[in-house]
Design a protein around this ligand. Structure first.
Ligand code: G3I
Length: 367
């Protein structure tokens, strides 16, 4: 009897510890609005945008307000755009996106200060910065630029992708880059400089393909563990999740497993650049299934954001000549138009949108 009471009390206690899943919102529309469902779940849903998306009267701006709760600068905060010469600052595009986020109560993600594994687009840096071959000059310029940028937007950019893609693609080796001129601890130094400039901003390391390559996932976990153990101010890890190899989905559990391992280190985890082009056979059901899988695994493991890399299918980086020129293998994996996003070219929700909504409504959060 006493044992039964103890078990019963224990059960009540445990039930009290784990919050009940939030009630799915009632909606009258055929598909619940993604932003509304996400707010109820306490998760952000975002889109990468350019400044021309948010000019007054733009249908893109309306779509962002309606469907998303967060925005990321697709290119406007890359230093190549922001500081084209030592004496020229091009704040306009980024300012208009930050103003748009403020005006519409959207969470703001700044992307990105140091793009490490990137040569064709020059590490997101202007040529004049890459030309600073003297290590001390490069280091001082990089750190002062980080301070200037985070200082300008202090309190207005909630999340910053401080370091982007530090690893080479599959093997989990740190990629050689111009940032090596700062010395072997440049990742920590960039986070420390960013934290000093805006102590309230959440600082993220953002990586590509870690959900696909186990060696890269292991290296990412080890790097974050090391930074955390040294007290480096890193608060989140972004998994870009460009699923270009559609219709080959990530192995089941690879996203939730990696999210869990990273969260166990005390950092937030977000899906930061999701896109799923229809494959060469234009199998839209495969696209729907992959979106559902990613959203469900993200929610199940407790990630805090799902951001897609563009607003609608009419304006995706994957269809630009630049993307194809940068990767000659891309045409093997999908045909144009790649239609990789949640909204179609007319900014109407697709079947993939409904699948993400359902995953957000129905997937239990982690205990
Ligand atoms: O703005 C110029 C325009 O003036 C010029 O006429 C035109 C000629 O090609 O180029 C325009 O700039 C392009 C820019 O996108 C804006 O459209 C660049 O050439 C082009 O390289 C740049 O591509 C961006 C790429 O990063 C490189 O910075 C893509 O839009 C952007 O989606 C992509 O995003 C990256 C993330 O930052 C990191 N993760 C991977 C992701 C996809 O590669």
């Amino acid at each position: 009897m006493g044992g039964a009471i103890t078990v019963a009390l224990l059960a009540v206690g445990l039930a009290a510890c784990s919050p009940p899943p939030p009630a799915p919102p009632e909606c009258t529309e055929p598909v619940c609005p993604l932003a509304e469902v996400a707010r109820v779940r306490g998760i952000r849903v975002g889109a990468a945008i350019e400044s021309y998306h948010v000019t007054p009267g733009s249908p893109y701006g309306d779509a962002v307000r309606r469907h998303f709760t967060s925005v990321t600068t697709e290119n406007a905060l890359k230093l190549s755009v922001l500081r084209p010469t030592p004496t020229t600052w091009n704040w306009g595009p980024a300012d208009s996106i930050v103003d748009f986020a403020d005006a519409n109560d959207l969470t703001m993600r700044g992307h990105t200060l140091a793009w490490v594994n990137e040569s064709s687009n020059q590490n997101g840096l202007p040529q004049w910065m890459r030309d600073l071959t003297d290590p001390a000059t490069f280091r001082a310029t990089m750190l002062s630029t980080v301070s200037e940028v985070l200082g300008r937007y202090r309190g207005r950019v909630d999340n910053w992708d401080v370091v982007n893609e530090p690893f080479e693609y599959p093997f989990g080796l740190l990629a050689p880059s111009v940032f090596d001129r700062m010395g072997p601890d440049y990742i920590a130094e960039l986070f420390i400089a960013a934290h000093a400039a805006d102590p309230d901003a959440k600082l993220w390391l953002n990586e590509i393909f870690a959900e696909l390559f186990p060696a890269k996932a292991d290296a990412l976990v080890a790097l974050v563990a090391s930074l955390r153990s040294r007290g480096v101010p890193i608060h989140g890890v972004g998994l870009q999740t460009h699923l270009t190899l559609t219709p080959a989905p990530p192995n089941p559990g690879s996203i939730s497993g990696l999210v869990t391992r990273l969260r166990n280190l005390g950092v937030d985890v977000a899906i930061t650049e999701l896109d799923v082009p229809v494959g060469p056979l234009r199998n839209e059901q495969a696209q729907v299934d992959i979106y559902r899988q990613v959203a469900a695994e993200c929610v199940a493991a407790g990630c805090s954001e799902i951001t897609v890399w563009g607003v609608g299918d009419g304006d995706t980086w994957l269809d630009t000549p630049g993307a194809r020129a940068g990767n000659p293998l891309l045409p093997l994996f999908f045909s144009l138009p790649s239609t990789p996003l949640l909204l179609d070219a007319d900014l109407r929700p697709k079947a993939a949108y409904a699948a993400v909504v359902e995953a957000l409504r129905n997937t239990p959060s982690p205990p």
